[in-house]
Design a protein around this ligand. Structure first.
Ligand code: ADP
Ligand code: CIR
Length: 390
């Protein structure tokens, strides 16, 4: 049943996106919702409410909000509620289930986004405002595992949207090309430790691609949550990766966000990894204009990444703690950490290696977000040592 609905949605998307591609240039605003889309929204919403989905979409999309939003469209791109929630309607196992098709969607569909944002980012209320960017200095953060007993590697990333472009579901094939040229032009100006090369996904040798994924450098393909959100259109057009010569600084082009800026290396030197990412962000910010909202901070496709858009993670082994899942869950909640599998979101842990990162990215400055992650990982390592000795 869900499958039929999913393929219907995907088919529908092709139609919607053609429509969007035209409407983007033809008419601004005043969009009317297609009756067929409305019917599918009603059906999908009914199935979601009858399901046992634990998604924040199901929790917060009340009947009242659904009725209010189901015919709304964004002024510049005519995005609908279907664009926002198709991922969660197709994937009842979503954690969130919601994406913003364009920056205006956060305002037009605020009755849905605001409670979701407050829930995910722990208390970022609709009256709250993301503080001004403040990176601070990485030297304040010690190496989390100087003897190399727990941490395999450390990674800090942030997302950026280029001003003037919508997000994936509304991008035309031409937009993907234009974005790639802009981003590629910017990364190729990087010098010193950042100097490297850009590799487009189009035409990339399969073995090279697989190796880059296995090394945790490159994004995977075929994420069903993103695909259902309309983020895989024209794939692999406009997608690619920039890698510096030392392979510890990367830029993803047009995957989930227009840009993901990533610093990573073996070991637990969080401060060094963080400083490298900040240097890269600042250098790219001189070449590109990023989209930042007064209230929400840096704008991203997924509401989990708003604010600072920073996810700082370690690949870590905590065998004793992982044998006590209830204790681990309690500690993760206490320290506001998120646990993922070894190959990223929605993956399993291999050889006991978990990806543990800050959960929230909003309501704190960049520096405070890194401190929250730093203190949390330190706390987990202390708890692991205690568990080993008890
Ligand atoms: P994000 O949303 O931060 O981009 P994903 O969960 O999609 O993260 O993971 C992207 C890739 O980054 C995956 O291959 C994942 O294993 C890798 N990764 C995440 N954290 C680390 C880390 N600390 N060390 C090495 N690789 C990492
Ligand atoms: C989901 O809803 O599960 C996916 N769309 C991913 C949500 C973002 N991930 C996260 O927890 N930070």
């Amino acid at each position: 049943m869900l499958l039929n609905f999913k393929s219907l949605l995907e088919l529908r998307y092709l139609g919607l996106c053609t429509h969007l591609a035209i409407s983007r240039y033809a008419s601004k605003g005043g969009g009317k919702i297609d009756q067929e889309v409305l019917k599918q929204l009603e059906e999908g919403y009914k199935k979601l409410t009858e399901s046992n989905s634990k998604s924040l979409l199901k929790k917060h999309l009340t009947k009242e909000i659904f009725e209010k939003l189901k015919t709304q469209t964004t002024p510049s791109f005519n995005s609908t509620l279907m664009h926002c929630i198709s991922s969660g309607l197709c994937n009842h196992d979503s954690g969130m289930g919601v994406y913003a098709p364009d920056p205006e969607a956060y305002k037009v569909f605020a009755d849905l986004f605001d409670p979701l944002i407050e829930d995910y980012h722990k208390c970022f209320k609709k009256t709250d405002k993301q503080p001004a960017t403040k990176f601070g200095k990485g030297k304040d953060f010690e190496n989390l595992d100087p003897d190399g007993n727990f941490i395999v590697s450390t990674r800090v990333r942030c997302g950026r949207a280029v001003k003037g472009f919508p997000f994936n579901p509304c991008l035309t094939e031409q937009d993907y090309g234009e974005l790639e040229s802009k981003i590629c032009g910017a990364v190729m100006t990087l010098s010193g430790e950042y100097k490297g090369k850009y590799m487009p996904l189009t035409g990339m040798d399969k073995c090279v691609q697989e190796q880059l994924i296995a090394d945790h450098f490159l994004f995977k393909e075929g994420d069903r949550f993103l695909a259902a959100a309309g983020a895989s259109r024209y794939w692999p057009t406009g997608r690619g990766i920039f890698l510096n010569d030392t392979k510890n600084f990367l830029v993803w082009c047009n995957e989930e966000d227009h840009i993901r800026i990533i610093s990573m290396e073996k070991g637990g030197d969080l401060g060094k990894v963080y400083d490298r990412m900040v240097g890269g962000v600042e250098a790219l910010g001189k070449q590109l204009e990023f989209n930042r909202d007064e209230r929400l901070g840096f704008l991203t496709f997924c509401p989990t990444n708003l604010g600072t858009s920073i996810r700082a993670s370690v690949h870590i082994r905590l065998p004793s703690l992982m044998c006590q899942p209830e204790e681990m869950k309690k500690l993760a909640e206490k320290y506001r950490l998120q646990i993922r599998g070894t190959s990223g979101e929605h993956s399993e842990a291999k050889d006991g290696v978990h990806d543990i990162s800050n959960q929230r990215r909003m309501g704190l400055t960049e520096y405070e977000i890194i401190k929250e992650m730093h203190d949390g990982i330190k706390g987990l390592i202390e708890a692991e040592c205690k568990a080993r000795n008890s």
